[in-house]
Write a new protein. Structure first.
Length: 119
């Protein structure tokens, strides 16, 4: 018998996240993510469509209260964005809401579409 968590599959566009298997796939190809990167990606994907405060993300992923000068969430979001953009350049997944936090939602990448339509 599998628990809910073991069977959990989070999907967003062509991205699939299986937290219990420590696996994230883009178009079926496994992404190389650290334990923390995957945990952060899963935390964001579970809250898809809503702005998540950095404090909430930090407490969920690092298991401690966020200190005022700690940039860990931002550093890891940047790492995730870089890896996701390399795998799925036509999509943006993690959106910054300055002063609030981050929102996870697959949206067409402006950069990619601009270069496509500029011809």
């Amino acid at each position: 018998m599998h628990s809910m968590e073991q069977a959990e599959v989070l999907t967003a566009g062509e991205l699939e996240i299986r937290p219990a298997e420590h696996l994230a796939r883009a178009r079926g190809r496994a992404l190389s993510l650290s334990v923390r990167e995957l945990a952060l990606l899963a935390a964001l994907a579970r809250r898809q469509g809503r702005i998540v405060p950095r404090e909430e993300l930090y407490e969920t992923v690092w298991g401690a209260p966020l200190r005022a000068d700690d940039r860990s969430v931002d550093v890891y979001v940047h790492k995730l964005r870089t890896k996701l953009a390399a795998a799925l350049p036509e999509w943006g997944f993690i959106h910054t809401h300055f002063g609030f936090g981050y929102r996870f939602q697959p949206e067409p990448s402006r950069l990619f579409h601009r270069s496509r339509t500029a011809r």
